[in-house]
Design a protein around this ligand. Sequence first.
Ligand code: FES
Length: 267
Amino acid sequence: MADVPHPLTRRRFGATMRRDAWWLQPALVFVLLSSFIVYATWAAFQGAHYTFGPYLSPFYSPELFGSSPHAWFGPKPAWWPRWLVFSPALLILPFPGLFRVTCYYYRGAYYKAFWADPPACSVGEPRARYRGEASFPLIVQNIHRYFLYIALFFLVVLLSDVWKALWFFDSATGRATFGIGVGTLVLAVNVVLLGGYTLGCHSMRHVIGGYLDRLSGRPVRRRLYACSSCLNRAHMRWAWCSLFSVAFADLYIRLCSMGVWTDWRIL
Ligand code: FES
């Protein structure tokens, strides 16, 4: 077959032949991600109203140090600098935060939405040279796989929080009794959505068996690989749903703790 030379013309920034509303998706991503970052940062610095009954906000879990009964190692440590505001969330939130920041899906989304590089597919870029993620600083994004290990640990912790959210203190008997509140369901749905997002991570398939030449002859790994691939196909949806659910779970517990909302008991 003969080669037909087809010269590429470089478009100026923002120029495109697309006729659709290509700017809508990056604009929406910008608004939603910015709103989440503002809310999560505000909530993390509050250091209050993050527990209600047996519930613990996912922004504060695991609570390593803190004043609530959920704290693993007791109250605020003596070594914490005086000039630095203390909140249990500040010790743990950077880990799930960096897991999301380095996620392959979010990278594609916020490169377009926050620094328009490119603004969208087939739309002119702001610079002439493509450097990709092969050099500093974006090469650091390859750390994503290691944050996956931490995210898997957090998933187990959040699962144990759902278990704890099934046990309500009964002042009559002085003991914890089994029950289900709306907050229990909020935390449970949040773990399911976070699980769908984390287990469908691109790096998850490498962890399961992507480093092997062949998966045949390894039925368990093959099935796990297929499950992860299935979740991965809807990775964008899992990413957004879990982002909303984790913020809503914090908001729900916060408003219950402040007496604005009532946590209805189902059982
Ligand atoms: Fe999105 Fe790993 S690629 S969480």
